[in-house]
Write a protein that binds this ligand. Structure first.
Ligand code: HEM
Length: 357
């Protein structure tokens, strides 16, 4: 090779390296320190909740569960995902949790309950979903999520968020003020077993002929919802919600129906603070049966990233910008916690049967 050709090749390699480094710098937000990056979102969780190495930065207190999902065939007209085929039984692992970044916080009725699931389809295909027991989500954008985290930080003097900060947040985000009213008015049931868990974000179900339908879904408990009693609310055992769930699962399987709500043309798919009208068509597409619970430990749900964009063929993301923000923030949270030494979960292996309702 001539010295000139060699020089050109070296320059080309240098330009390629500079371009790649630049692309990483842009993606990582190094060139725009004010941009909201996944790292800044996760930093803010740590700022608000303190360091809790090895734990999820949100929904930090949880327990793992196992079971299966049986499709009843009613979903197949909407989505070609095999999980909905009549009689198809798909193994599922999941995690019940309480929202917030405090892994040892005492259970409280008003803390948002969640259920995350991983459906293991044939050929290593997976469907992962994280749902909250809320009627709507409190914010519309990742930026609002980030602002709300700080506004909602408890004041050390009162243990509650500073009312002035919350007022300023709601003034800047009227959609969150409306959502907060709906969330406050929700019925709080006795526990995880009779809670309804919702996707809140919209997704698209894609049928075999390619037709896509915007949907939201909910897991509706077979157990009738019982409103939390004053006696329950007064319980002082720190893990009462988790202990009840574990004791219930030791007695019998727990079941939920997966109910898919079909949107109409003008329903918001980019704004989970808005409920869809109550007259939308609901389709029960199958039954989730959970059979057992185990504490978080190496290799089980502790080490799963319930990324809402891990979807099987037949389910696609909507245009909701929260979905990609969630996916990126969960990956960052997962990468951090996976590299840290972990303390044992607050939720113990066996529940005190005395706690059972
Ligand atoms: C921009 C908005 C959001 C951000 C930044 C965010 C952030 C996070 C983070 C960092 C985690 C911990 C992930 C891990 O380490 O594995 C998490 C968990 C979770 N999030 Fe979100 N989240 C958002 C919106 C939502 C929405 C709309 C839902 C809807 C239901 C939701 C439901 C959940 C659930 C269920 C978990 C717990 C999953 C588990 O048990 O592992 N999140 N979130």
């Amino acid at each position: 090779m001539s010295p000139r050709a060699l020089m050109l090749r070296v320059c080309a390699i240098g330009a390629l390296l500079a371009g790649t480094t630049g692309a990483f710098a842009v993606a990582g937000g190094w060139l725009s320190p004010a941009a909201l990056t996944p790292a800044r979102i996760v930093d803010r969780f740590e700022q608000v909740n303190g360091p809790h190495p090895g734990f999820r930065r949100n929904h930090a207190k949880g327990v793992c569960v196992v079971g299966e999902f049986a499709g009843n065939g009613a979903g197949i007209a909407l989505s070609k995902a095999g999980v909905f085929a009549a009689g198809r039984v798909t193994p599922v692992e999941g995690r019940f949790a309480l929202a917030g970044g405090q892994p040892y916080a005492a259970d409280a009725a008003t803390t948002v309950r969640s259920l995350a699931l991983r459906f293991r389809l044939p050929d290593r295909e997976e469907w992962r979903t994280g749902m909250n027991a809320l009627p709507v989500f409190p914010v519309r954008t990742p930026e609002a999520f980030y602002e709300q985290l700080l506004a909602g930080k408890p004041d050390p003097a009162t243990g509650k968020p500073d009312p002035e900060r919350m007022k300023a947040f709601f003034a800047a985000h009227p959609e969150s003020a409306k959502a907060a009213t709906l969330i406050k008015a929700r019925t709080i049931t006795a526990g995880f077993a009779d809670s309804t868990f919702r996707s809140l974000n919209a997704f698209r179900f894609v049928a075999a002929d390619g037709h896509a339908t915007p949907v939201r879904w909910a897991l509706v408990p077979e157990r009738p919802g019982v409103q939390e009693t004053a006696a329950q609310a007064a319980r002082t055992d720190k893990n009462y919600l988790f202990d009840d769930l574990i004791a219930q699962l030791q007695r019998e399987p727990l079941r939920w129906h997966l109910v898919v709500t079909i949107s109409r043309a003008d329903d918001a798919t980019t704004d989970p603070t808005l409920p869809w009208p109550a007259d939308r068509e609901n389709v029960d597409v199958g039954t989730l049966t959970l059979t057992g619970a185990t504490p978080e430990e190496a290799g089980n749900c502790r080490d799963v990233n319930f990324d809402p964009l891990v979807l099987p063929d037949g389910i696609a993301p909507s245009d909701d910008p929260l979905l990609s923000a969630r996916s990126a923030a969960y990956a960052r949270s997962f990468t951090r916690r996976a590299g840290e030494a972990t303390s044992p979960s607050a939720v113990a292996a066996t529940a005190d049967p005395g706690n059972a309702p």
